[in-house]
Design a protein around this ligand. Sequence first.
Ligand SMILES: [Zn+2]
Length: 231
Amino acid sequence: MHINQLLEKQKKRLQKNSDFYTARGTHVYFKDDVVNDIDVEEVVAKVEAKLPEHLLSEIEMIVVGWFEEFEERNINAFYDSGAIYVSNIQDDHDDMFDDIVHEIAHSVEDAYGYQIYADQKIKEEFLRKREHLHNIMWKMGFKAPKSFFLNVEFNDDFDDFLHKEVGYDKLAPIMRGVFISPYAATSLREYFATMFTEFYLDSNHSFFKKTSPTLYNKISMLQNQEILDSQ
Ligand SMILES: [Zn+2]
């Protein structure tokens, strides 16, 4: 490659990794360079175009980079007081979109916790699914105490049981039609966050509506600020 082209390419790369502000004022800060050729501005623009403004109200900043928490907790993004921390190592555009929307879901839990959880309806739906899962797994020989399945909070022992004893690869087919992914089964909050993400990832909602009708109605309700504020 010609040296000028190389320099031009490098310049472009550097530009892409420069901090910027979005139209709604979110500060996007690069702690580390993005490894793949992902246009972060495009990803964030898509997030802001797809999600209604009021559901973005908690987000002041997105920090792109690698953090110790990722390794410690085996995650690639987290939300903490107004900021989303997202990994700079992403497979592609959709992978990053998915991570950011997932963390926005957790910020929405902060902002609209009452509207989401106070009526206990999602919790009831989640527990019915957990019970179903317990029964299927028991029959298959994966015998874990029922108390695991009745605790809606994230629990390391339960996560280890799903993740290490059973294995996510074996779990995926067991969960088909119950939970969208093994991660969605790990806690009530992750059930909410994974389905919130799914809502914007896939515009065909028929499967979602059928398998998680209560959560689907709740997330649909969240789209409408007037209904939300009237509650
Ligand atoms: Zn989460």
